[in-house]
Design a protein. Sequence first.
Length: 366
Amino acid sequence: MEVIETVGVIEMIDRLAHVDVGLCDQPGVKAVLADTSRVQRWLDAVKVTAARRLRELAAVDATVFPEGAAADATRGSQHETDTLFKRADTANQIPQLADALDNGTVSGAHLDVVTRALHGLEPADRALLTNDGDWLTALAARLTPDEFTRAVRRYLNRIRSDDGVARFQRQRRATRLRTWTDRDTGMICIRGEFDPETGLAFLARIDTTLDTLFHDTTPDTCPTDPQAKQEHLRALALLALSEGNGPRGRPDITIVIDHDTIVNGRHHDSHIDCGHPDIHLPIDTIRRLGCSADITLAHTDRNGVVLNIARTQRLANRHQRRALRVMYPTCAIPDCHVRYQHCQPHHILWWRNGGTTDLVNLIHSQ
């Protein structure tokens, strides 16, 4: 790491140590946040360099346990330690990213995006990604981590030699369900891992049951916190399903996909939304599910405009909900990132005030 970079960070730390944020105007607060972000990037780089050095020491000294040494020194969680060494491994595989991290043009979060991408690729495809280190680094340097995630995802859609079929098969074999009792609370805990196809159907059944049982009334046991309330109702919906009290029929699942992709396969501008940015299903699997009526495919054009879906009545019907699913992947309220599954259709101009149940007058929010 260059001395000039370290000197610059020291100056920022000095400014942060002497500023009274409580007296700052908006530009002043933004300057504080900018300095904090730059210092954090520098710290990310130092920690990754330290983790890489521990790996080097362990290679020549069997008594060195890198992860243990880092956890002991930082007093961090297991997750934090794992993330640090995953970043170090990614930096070793793509030196250009390591250099960019050192000079502060990318952050540890950018390395996390590439780490997740590498983890889900077959060896041949992984080599393609690591060989594009210059391009990845230039892209990361000008995009936020969220923007970088979307760009890398589009890239992965192009380079996957088997459209992710091998990974999907591994996910099916890795389906698990684990239970245990929390020693402090006495609560029985459940943790499941499901392949995307099974998981989508499972979650859709829970959400459909929740909407059927608790659309108009909620039990007295509900917490007041919105997130805690949603989690409580989902647990009750799962219990109802296990007791055979859920709604009959198939779960209502919608996958948003552009027409060109479903007909001809993935292309540079493919648009596929399975309900979560990290869910990937092979195109052949999506076609099969659509044909078997397990999943409804909402076709769009390349601009994401919904094709041939529209209805009108007091409550949004299934077809309109599917259209809203395309229009609002998350809550429509600005800066609210609650996913579609946990929102409800609402009239912009209220029904009792003369509002109509048309798509132009419907919005999806908490």
